[in-house]
Design a protein around this ligand. Structure first.
Ligand SMILES: Cc1ncc(COP(=O)(O)O)c(C=O)c1O
Length: 455
C-alpha cells in the first residue's frame, strides 16, 4: 500500500498545482475518449510505469470541480478537513450497517443526526440517516409517507391510490421516486408556482380538496428549500398548516439550500420546519463536503424503522437497534459518508458552518449587485437565494455556456424558468471570494469580446 500512497501523493500534488495554473481543462471529446486515454480493460494487467502514466492521464483530464471557475452544479470547492475525513473513510472502509463493523463511525453519524434534530427543534423521538444524496433522501421520505398513509403497501402492495403534491419548480427526483416506490408518476400533482418560483398554497389546497372529492388519498407534500434553478424557498409554514388540516405528510427537500438551518440570518427561510415530518439537506452542496453526504431527519424515527427495518440474523449479531444503522437505511452495505461532514463540523464548530452558509449568500449578493450595476446583463432571480440567474447581451445562454466550456474558460450551466433561459450562477463553493465572482463576469465579458465571431 505504501507504493500506492506515494503515487497518490505524487498525482494529487501534480493535480493540485495544475488546478491553479489551469482551472478549466480543455474537455476531451466523448466520442474519441477511448482513443485519447487508454481506459479499455484487457485480459492482461499493465506494468507499474504504464499504470502510473494512464492514471495520470485520467486524473489530469478529469473536469476540475474544486476550482474558482467551476459553477456548473450545486457543489464546488474542496474543504481540506472534510477531504481528510473522506480519505480516512476510504482507508478505514467500514460499512455503516452495524456497530460491530463501524464502531465509533456509527457514533459519528448518530451525533450528526442528533445535532441536526436539535438545531431544527425536532422532538426527542426524532431520528435520521445519512444517505447517498438528496434524491435518495427524498425517496425515503416518500416511502415513510406512503407507509404511514397505507401501512398495508409494505405487505400486500397498493390497496388504494395515493396522491402526492410538489411544486412545478421542484427537483425531478420527486416524480422519479413516485415511480420507484410504486405510487406512479401520474399520481404526483405539480402545483402552480408564483413569479418567484414558490409553490402557491391556495393552489395546493385546491388540488387536495379536488382529489379528496374524487375519493383519492393525499399522502405526501414536498416543499422545497432551495429550488434547483432559482434557489427559491417554498412557504413551509403555510404548506404545513394545510397539510395538518388533511393529515398529510410534509417533507422539506432542502438538498440544495437546507443548510440555512445553520445560519441565524437565513434560517427564517424555512420557518415552520420543526413541524415538518421530514427534512433533508446535502452537506455536499452549500456546506462543501466532498460528494456525497445527504442528511435526512424525521420528527419520529418510528417511521424510519417502519419503512426500512428488516430482520437479518446473519448481519445483526451484537448491540441494539439504535447502534445498528442498517435498520434505518435503504441499503445493506453503506459507505461512510458521515466522517467527512463530522471532520469539517468538528474543526469549525456550528459557528463555522454558519459562516460558510452566510458567506454563500454574501457572494450571491455580490453577484446581484454587479448585475444590477451593469446594463449589458438581464437579471432574472431574487434576493435571499444562492442562485443568481442572468443573460449577457441577450446571447442565448446555452450557446454561451457551451462555448465557455469548450474553450476552457469557465464551467457554468444554464437553467430555464417559464419562458426564459439564462445562465445560472450558484454560489456554493465555500472557498470562493468576492473577487472570484467579479472575475466570473469579467471572464464572460472578455470571452464575448474575443469571440464575437462565434456568437
Ligand atoms: C432541490 C433538490 N432536491 C434534490 C436534489 C438531488 O440531490 P442529489 O443530486 O444529491 O441526488 C437536488 C439536486 O440538485 C436539488 O436541487
Amino acid at each position: 500500500m505504501k507504493r500506492e500512497l506515494a503515487l497518490f501523493q505524487k498525482l494529487t500534488t501534480e493535480f493540485l498545482t495544475k488546478e491553479i495554473d489551469e482551472p478549466v481543462i480543455t474537455p476531451l471529446q466523448a466520442e474519441s475518449l477511448w482513443k485519447d486515454i487508454n481506459i479499455s480493460l484487457q485480459s492482461e494487467g499493465v506494468s507499474e510505469e504504464e499504470f502510473e502514466k494512464i492514471l495520470r492521464d485520467v486524473v489530469l483530464n478529469t473536469p476540475r470541480t474544486a476550482t474558482n471557475k467551476f459553477f456548473n452544479q450545486l457543489f464546488g470547492g474542496r474543504n481540506p478537513k472534510a477531504t481528510l475525513g473522506d480519505l480516512l473513510a476510504v482507508i478505514l472502509n467500514n460499512s455503516m450497517y452495524t456497530y460491530k463493523v463501524a464502531g465509533p463511525q456509527v457514533g459519528i453519524e448518530i451525533e450528526i443526526i442528533n445535532r441536526v434534530c436539535e438545531i431544527i427543534n425536532y422532538p426527542k423521538q426524532s431520528g435520521g440517516t445519512i444517505t447517498s444524496g438528496g434524491s435518495v433522501s427524498n425517496l425515503i421520505a416518500m416511502l415513510m409517507a406512503r407507509d404511514k398513509a397505507s401501512p398495508e403497501v409494505r405487505y400486500k402492495s397498493f390497496q388504494e391510490k395515493l396522491i402526492g403534491y410538489t411544486s412545478e419548480a421542484s427537483h425531478y427526483s420527486i416524480k422519479k421516486n413516485a415511480a420507484i416506490c410504486g405510487v406512479g408518476t401520474e399520481q404526483i400533482r405539480k402545483i402552480a408556482i408564483d413569479e418567484k418560483g414558490l409553490l402557491i398554497p391556495e393552489a395546493l389546497e385546491e388540488a387536495i380538496q379536488k382529489d379528496i372529492t374524487n375519493n383519492q388519498k393525499p399522502f405526501f407534500i414536498n416543499a422545497t428549500a432551495g429550488t434547483t434553478v432559482l434557489g427559491a424557498f417554498d412557504p413551509v409554514e403555510e404548506i404545513i398548516k394545510i397539510a395538518k388540516k388533511y393529515n398529510i405528510w410534509v417533507h422539506v427537500d432542502g438538498a440544495y439550500c437546507g443548510s440555512v438551518i445553520f445560519s441565524n440570518k437565513y434560517k427564517h427561510l424555512i420557518n415552520g420546519l420543526e413541524k415538518a415530518d421530514s427534512f433533508n439537506f446535502n452537506a455536499h452542496k452549500m456546506i462543501g463536503t466532498p460528494l456525497t453526504c445527504s442528511v435526512l431527519v424525521t420528527r419520529d424515527k418510528k417511521y424510519l424503522y417502519d419503512s426500512l427495518s428488516m430482520e437479518a440474523d446473519y448481519l445483526y449479531q451484537t448491540d441494539g437497534d439504535d447502534f445498528n444503522l442498517g435498520k434505518t437505511s435503504l441499503q445493506c452495505g453503506r459507505r461512510n459518508n458521515a466522517l467527512k461532514f463530522w471532520t469539517l463540523w468538528k474543526s469549525v464548530g456550528t459557528k463555522g458552518l454558519e459562516t460558510i452558509v452566510d458567506n454563500q449568500f454574501m457572494l450571491a449578493d455580490v453577484a446581484r449587485d454587479y448585475l444590477k450595476n451593469h446594463p449589458n446583463y438581464t437579471f432574472y432571480s431574487y434576493d435571499e437565494s444562492v442562485s443568481v440567474c442572468f443573460n449577457y447581451k441577450n446571447i442565448p445562454a446555452d450557446k454561451l455556456c457551451t462555448l465557455l466550456y469548450e474553450y476552457a474558460e469557465l464551467v457554468i450551466g444554464c437553467g430555464t424558468f417559464r419562458e426564459n433561459t439564462f445562465i445560472r450562477l450558484v454560489t456554493v463553493n465555500p472557498a470562493n471570494y468576492k473577487e472570484d465572482i467579479i472575475d466570473l463576469f469579467k471572464t464572460i465579458e472578455n470571452f464575448v469580446e474575443k469571440k464575437k465571431n462565434l456568437l
